[in-house]
Design a protein around this ligand. Structure first.
Ligand code: FEO
Length: 168
């Protein structure tokens, strides 16, 4: 049985993962409307992954005999300056998620709730990968630059990353 505090924190994380999914879906729509099909595919894929993260938490809370609660989800921003802004925001967002996961691990550990600590290890590893992924994308965008054909190559490169993830 989860404590009230851990249930509340897990529910906050459920909400945050839901928001992440909506945020990436919204960003995908911006990319689509700007003919950036590779970026759109990548963000669509990532939106689906975030929904899986949400479900994994939701099921854990349920299986532990507590009530998962979604609550009100913050509206994502709809307008973006360019693709550089989008991927810088995704990287910042993933860093926030990592901090929240670390807070959760810390709280569960302090309570001696090792089942939750164990469950959260998957998220610890996932966040390490996600931060690395989004950082590498922002680095690539900065390296290639968006002038001339730069934007075209960025979109192709990010689209290829999505194809590769699909094939895994
Ligand atoms: Fe579920 Fe990208 O954090």
């Amino acid at each position: 049985m989860l404590s009230t505090r851990i249930t509340d924190l897990l529910n906050q994380q459920i909400n945050l993962e839901f928001y992440s999914s909506n945020l990436y879906l919204q960003m995908r729509a911006w990319c689509d409307s700007n003919s950036l099909e590779g970026c759109a595919k990548f963000l669509e894929q990532h939106s689906e992954e975030e929904m899986q993260h949400m479900h994994r938490l939701f099921n854990y809370v349920n299986e532990a005999g507590s009530m998962p609660m979604i609550g009100t989800i913050q509206e994502p921003k709809t307008d973006y300056k360019d693709i550089q802004e989008i991927f810088e925001l995704t990287y910042q967002h993933e860093r926030i998620i990592t901090k929240e996961i670390n807070k959760l691990v810390n709280a569960a550990s302090k309570e001696g709730d090792f089942s939750t600590v164990n469950f959260l290890q998957w998220y610890v590893s996932e966040q390490h990968e996600e931060e690395h992924l989004f950082k590498s994308i922002t680095d690539k965008i900065n390296m290639i630059g968006m002038d001339g054909k730069g934007l075209y190559f960025i979109d192709k490169e990010i689209g290829a990353m999505a194809e590769k993830r699909d094939a895994q």
